[in-house]
Design a protein around this ligand. Structure first.
Ligand code: NAD
Length: 241
């Protein structure tokens, strides 16, 4: 049986699937990832993206942070692709228990997924650091300078986890719970290079770890099944019951 057929058979037989994904899940929606050849790490800026997206940089150079953030991280016109939609469909049938994502674009929810664990936060939530008022992503995008609260004048910070910042403990624990109980763990569109998220793979105890990526990852050897291809195309082949 070829890899694709094996994958479809496992999915058909299981009712406890968990998906863990990264920026590669949204490239087919037109949002660039970080590490592909046309990803953000291979474009030229005054500073590398991981420097701009660090807590230190945010604190010291907010104007440059928001210039990059508005231009490159806020892709508010992007629509869910076949991968987001199929995962939402699999959840609706009861076969998929949770989507665990490193993405901050909200496209899983836009596709209809309900149980979405956002390890790195979301561009759609932005909080005033003084009074706590919540702002949407449009408010940040449409501003021209530093976003400030229209009530108290405090600085507004996107609810995204920057480099050097810790992940939310509750979200991480829930992700560990889902992964440790999963029958099938599908990992897709992630370079598995960003920790602690990449370490979640260690909590899987089953024997159906499926890795879907268009390139190799440092964890390919851990997969029971590696499918090299575009995640939207691979998941499109899954038939919903
Ligand atoms: P990454 O850029 O490090 O790796 C993406 C991986 O996906 C690469 O291995 C690439 O080969 C693969 N890929 C790209 N398109 C694919 C496709 N169509 N099908 C299958 N595989 C594909 O991304 P990462 O591992 O998620 O880590 C980067 C960090 O960047 C994350 O923390 C995430 O928060 C953030 N990020 C998020 C977004 C987003 O929200 N859409 C976009 C860029 C970066």
């Amino acid at each position: 049986m070829d890899r694709s057929a094996q994958f479809l058979k496992w999915v058909k037989e299981s009712d406890n699937i968990v998906f863990f994904g990264g920026a590669g899940v949204s490239t087919e929606s037109g949002i660039p990832d970080f590490r592909s050849v046309d990803g953000l790490y291979n474009q030229q800026y005054d500073y590398p993206p991981e420097t701009i997206l660090s807590h230190t940089f945010y604190v010291r150079n907010k104007p440059e942070f928001f210039r990059f953030y508005r231009n490159k991280m806020l892709c508010l016109d992007a629509k869910p692709n076949a991968a987001h939609k199929k995962l939402a469909g699999l959840e609706q049938t009861g076969k998929l228990k949770a989507v665990i994502t490193q993405n901050i674009d909200g496209l899983h929810q836009a596709a209809g997924s309900k149980e979405v664990l956002e390890l790195h936060g979301s561009v759609h939530r932005n909080y005033c650091q003084k009074c706590g008022k919540l702002f949407d992503a449009k408010f940040i995008l449409n501003g021209t300078d530093l976003p400030v609260c229209d009530v108290c004048g405090g600085d507004i910070k996107p609810d995204v986890v920057l480099y050097e910042e810790g992940l939310d403990t509750y979200t991480m624990q829930k992700a560990i719970q889902y992964i440790s109980k999963a029958d099938i763990l599908i990992i897709g569109g992630t370079s598995l290079a960003v920790y602690p998220a990449a370490g979640l793979i260690d909590y899987y105890r089953g024997n159906k770890l499926v890795l879907i990526n268009k390139s190799t990852t440092p964890m390919d050897g851990r997969a029971d099944l590696k499918i090299e291809g575009k995640i939207g195309e691979v998941l499109s082949q899954v038939e919903l019951p």
